[in-house]
Design a protein. Structure first.
Length: 230
């Protein structure tokens, strides 16, 4: 970890521990059972925006990177943190923070998101980073888990299908004392679930050359993640 990343990580940890009166962590033994020399994907629910990745990073002392909305990379102050933490930009189909004439084209979204998959693989396999991702794709404070997007499953399946390791997906449940986590000196529970991995059967079906079958495998894997988060 570089000196800059170490310093930023310490600042984030201090800020998180000042903001919350208690951070309770459960399921650390599940991280040990992942048993991989590469990084893992930490897939969490998303009730509190930028606070969520900070809480996960503060809960466990591992090299962490995060998927982050691309507009944060040009936001004053915040951009310095996401760059320092080697966050990976992702472009949403529609950014509610931008006017219609500033929305990205389909080609721009595809180019950035293709690069995101490449960068995530590099972080996980080559650099040994863990990736924090929020598969619902949007922040919300309702207790229900929203429909999961397929990107998390697609990342792990693509890496395995290209001869890479089977990167485990570790579900992370975040529960705040206030629904949105926007309570100063509130409490938060970080609950790490058992790792979910690509099975032999999934890999055979995914690499069969049948596009519909591949999509079904992605859906099956994400349903397992969703079930754990629920």
């Amino acid at each position: 970890m570089s000196a800059v990343r170490t310093a930023v990580r310490k600042v984030l940890n201090v800020a998180t521990n000042i903001y919350f009166s208690k951070i309770e962590v459960r399921g650390l033994k599940n991280l040990q059972s992942a048993g991989t020399k590469t990084g893992a994907i930490f897939a969490g629910n998303h009730p509190s925006g930028l606070v969520d990745p900070m809480v996960i990073m503060s809960a466990v002392n591992l090299p962490m990177s995060s998927i982050a909305k691309h507009s944060l990379f040009s936001t004053p102050v915040i951009s310095a943190f996401v760059h320092a933490m080697k966050a990976v930009p992702v472009m949403q189909p529609y950014d509610p923070g931008l006017p219609p004439d500033k929305q990205a084209t389909a080609e721009e979204r595809k180019a950035m998101n293709d690069q995101m998959f490449t960068t995530v693989q590099q972080r996980l396999v080559d650099e040994g980073f863990n990736i924090v991702i929020f598969p619902e794709g949007t922040c919300h404070s309702t207790p229900q888990i929203k429909q999961m997007r397929m990107g998390t499953a697609r990342m792990t399946l693509q890496i395995a299908s290209k001869g890479g390791p089977r990167v485990p997906i570790i579900p992370v449940g975040l529960s705040y004392s206030s629904p949105s986590g926007a309570e100063f000196r509130g409490k938060v529970l970080v609950d790490f679930g058992k790792p979910i991995e690509v099975t032999d059967d999934m890999l055979v079906r995914y690499t069969s050359g049948d596009r519909e079958e591949a999509l079904l495998v992605e859906e099956k894997l994400m349903k397992r993640v969703e079930r754990h988060l629920r």
